[in-house]
Design a protein around this ligand. Structure first.
Ligand code: ZN
Length: 121
């Protein structure tokens, strides 16, 4: 199966290309940084660069509650176009979606089902 890198955080396993050749967003939400292509960029006007800066300022936490990060996952600064200069528009304040609480690591096989979370993200 093909996978695609996130333009924000360089997470390498997006299922869809962030942008189709015709320019439309994939509507896929990156599990690492939480950026949703076609929504956060097109509808909210937040560029990947802007999202990255704010996300990193907030600690670059894994975003998805439904998808577990790989063991030892850590955002690697410099892998996603860090060298590019921020545009003047990047100075505006952005409000990110609230990040979910950190998922707890399941160390032993759960005998009982964990209570289902309402957030499917
Ligand atoms: Zn990402």
């Amino acid at each position: 199966m093909m996978s695609y890198p996130c333009l924000v955080c360089a997470w390498p396993k997006l299922k869809e290309p962030p942008r189709s050749p015709s320019g439309g967003g994939s509507y896929e939400i990156c599990p690492a940084c939480g950026y949703q292509y076609g929504v956060d960029d097109d509808d909210r006007g937040i560029t990947p660069e802007q999202w990255r800066r704010t996300w990193v300022q907030q600690g670059a936490r894994w975003s998805s509650a439904g998808i577990k990060p790989p063991k030892g996952w850590k955002y690697q600064a410099g892998t996603a176009g860090q060298a590019r200069q921020a545009s003047p528009a990047a100075k505006k304040t952005i409000v990110l979606k609230p990040l979910p609480p950190k998922p707890k690591a399941a160390k032993k096989p759960a005998g009982k089902r964990a209570p289902a979370r309402k957030n499917p993200g």
